[in-house]
Design a protein around this ligand. Structure first.
Ligand code: SF4
Length: 353
């Protein structure tokens, strides 16, 4: 058995003293660990925690996910973004029930056959749930190791080969789960992206970026500009109900529900875009409008500027499988993108027309 390196001893000692008490750290259930790891991709701990708690209450095991209608899962996921993650969980749960008697398989080759199980999720479940010796590289781990090894450049997977060699050298043969979680925790709490707290770091004696005073410039800060998107939204009311429609099954935010509307074309006014969208989507004419609110929303690489309008249209749009008139209470059954939720607040609490 290999002896622990100083790096590993320092890290594990620091983790024992500083690990946050998070709900998914109080379980060894592979299903719950899987759900937490999927939620934590692209989402902070603070944002993911209430979602995790609600999800586990509603769907305590793989079977309950496999049985649930996709719309119910998406509604529970509503606001977390990257909805493909929830769809993959649903498909994977069905396969786990069909092929693995409802238990997550503990062999990496079998895990990798399930939807959504890329290298990160497979490594996380293998190491954290099953204690198997699998390294994981997420954004936190990549940043920490790049700084320790003084790897210049942007934080991309191009450096993962060197990072994996480093992890292989230092990964213990016991406490694998703690080792992987400790590295991610160090990145989240101490070796932070913008303001690394080197004075609190257990690894500063071996950290080359710290030794060279380069911790702030490694990795190279991302400067990718966001893409601006301008769009209009039509809120059409009938008494206490509003009109919503379902997005296509493929593409951005697939399968979610939303208010009618769409992108403003170059050179088009907001009202021009509203008229065109209503005609193209619902075959109705805009009779009168009243501005409701403007919001700005960030989604993946986009900065979306949404302008929502109360609209009176003719004829009244019809309900069918993909179009519904719903009350506020009924809206709970329809998963919607986060930006639409902010409009709903205004629709039902703002001045009524
Ligand atoms: S010493 Fe600073 S830069 Fe190096 S790993 Fe620790 S926090 Fe990160």
């Amino acid at each position: 058995m290999t002896r622990q390196t100083a790096f590993t001893s320092n890290l594990l000692l620091w983790y024992r003293k500083n690990a946050r008490d998070l709900p998914w750290r109080q379980t060894s259930d592979p299903y719950k660990i899987w759900i937490s790891e999927v939620m934590l991709q692209q989402t902070t701990v603070t944002a993911a925690t209430p979602y995790y708690q609600r999800w586990i209450k509603l769907f305590p095991d793989v079977q309950s996910v496999a049985r649930a209608p996709l719309q119910k899962l998406l509604h529970t996921w509503q606001g977390l973004g990257y909805y493909q993650r929830a769809k993959n969980i649903h498909r994977a749960a069905k396969l786990i029930v069909e092929n693995f008697e409802g238990q997550l398989p503990s062999a990496p080759d079998q895990l990798r056959t399930l939807p959504g199980f890329g290298p990160y999720t497979t490594g996380a479940v293998m190491s954290i749930a099953f204690g198997k010796r699998h390294p994981i590289v997420d954004a936190n781990v990549r940043r920490v190791v790049m700084r320790i090894l003084l790897i210049h450049g942007k934080a991309t997977s191009a450096h993962d080969c060197r990072i994996l060699n480093f992890l292989e050298e230092h990964m213990p043969h016991k406490n694998i789960s703690s080792f992987n979680q400790a590295l991610m925790e160090l990145g989240a709490l101490v070796c932070r992206s913008r303001t690394p707290q080197c004075q609190l770091c257990p690894e500063r004696k071996i950290c080359q970026a710290y030794q060279h005073g380069k911790e702030e410039i490694i990795p190279t800060p991302q400067t990718k500009p966001l893409e601006d998107v301008h769009a209009v939204i039509a809120v059409i009311r009938r008494g206490q109900k509003v009109f919503i429609q379902q997005r296509p099954e493929k593409g951005l935010l697939a399968g979610l529900w939303e208010f009618p509307g769409g992108k403003i074309d170059p050179g088009e006014t907001k009202l021009g875009a509203l008229k065109r969208e209503l005609r193209e989507e619902l075959f109705v004419d805009l009779k009168s409008v009243q501005h409701l609110l403007d919001i700005r929303h960030f989604y993946t690489k986009y900065r979306v500027h949404l302008s929502a309008w109360n609209c009176v249209v003719n004829p009244e749009p019809r309900a069918d499988e993909k179009h519904r008139w719903v009350t506020r209470a009924q809206l709970k059954q329809y998963p919607m993108p986060a930006a639409n939720l902010r409009i709903i607040e205004q629709v039902f609490t703002g001045p009524q027309r």
